[in-house]
Design a protein around this ligand. Sequence first.
Ligand code: TXA
Ligand code: MG
Length: 328
Amino acid sequence: MTSITMQNSAKQLSRAIQLLNNDKLVAIPTETVYGLAGNALSEKAVNQIFRLKNRPFNNPLILHVSSISEMELYTKNIPEDALKLAQYFWPGPLTLILEKAKNISFTITGNKQTVAVRIPDHPLCLELLRNLNFPLVAPSANRSNHISPTEPKHVKLSFGEKSPFILKGGKCSAGLESTIIGFQDGKAEIYRLGAIEKEKIEAVLGYSIQTHKSDNDLKAPGMSKKHYSPKTALIITEDIQTTIRKYANLRTGIIYFSPRESYPIDHPFLILSERGEVKEAASNLFMCMHEMDQLGLEFIIAEMAPNHGLGASINDRLTRAAVQFDEK
Ligand code: TXA
Ligand code: MG
């Protein structure tokens, strides 16, 4: 069985290499979410990514490389703390925003002088990167504002007939996008919460990091409030029982953070973590949103996670996916 699987992935890998060498796009597995990848040094491929995702050109892409020395070819003036984080967390779900070198186009960076870079921690993805003589740019492999894909079938759901070739690498282990860190006067700042806990990054750096204040939200739509949303209206709550009672007469699905003693009989429900752990919950979050979104419900009610560590990243994604009610 193993040899057939290995043969299959060798075949898939060479197909992916061939397509990428010819400026075509491939959906690639990473430990966070599937990415819609193209040759970062080909304007044709980069443009195609924006078009297929229907992504605004001012929302920059992440560069995926296979080593720190490769990163150094495409960036300059790397802060000491950035190197420290790269050495500690890579390969892994950490993206660093660094000054770009000349060989990185402004199409990739949304006209910024900086470029986002990471080394993904997925064996098949790393093997792919090592077999190419260019880095890959890869946003999450979903149409803009849809839920991120953590399994190959989610890529198909989002793109339908326009789905690119998918290099199948199983379910993404982390299931949440990378944590994004930028630098101001050499000091780290958080741009996006993600699969590495803020607290872990602070422990490595030895200081507490602030959230980056964008002077213009439109410059980084990934940071804007509404994002990653299911088609069904999502309601988030810290008090799940009260919210369920409030929506009892409507076709409502429930996403619990952890198991309960009993469940309402007339609502479909999913549990983010059987063990009540944030890591497991994070890896299941997008899958649960995708599943609930397929049921044709009026509302999805999701329970917030404990708000620290990965729980804060889960709550960040839930908040961005939720409908915003007018308080008045
Ligand atoms: O885990 C991940 O990061 C996944 C996998 C595929 O690697 N990728 C991903 O890409 O989440 P995407 O495009 O969905 O999100 C990239 C985020 C966006 O919010 C974008 O605005 C921000 O990174 N970004 C990229 N370059 C930037 C830059 N130079 N300055 C500020 N933000 C940047
Ligand atoms: Mg995305």
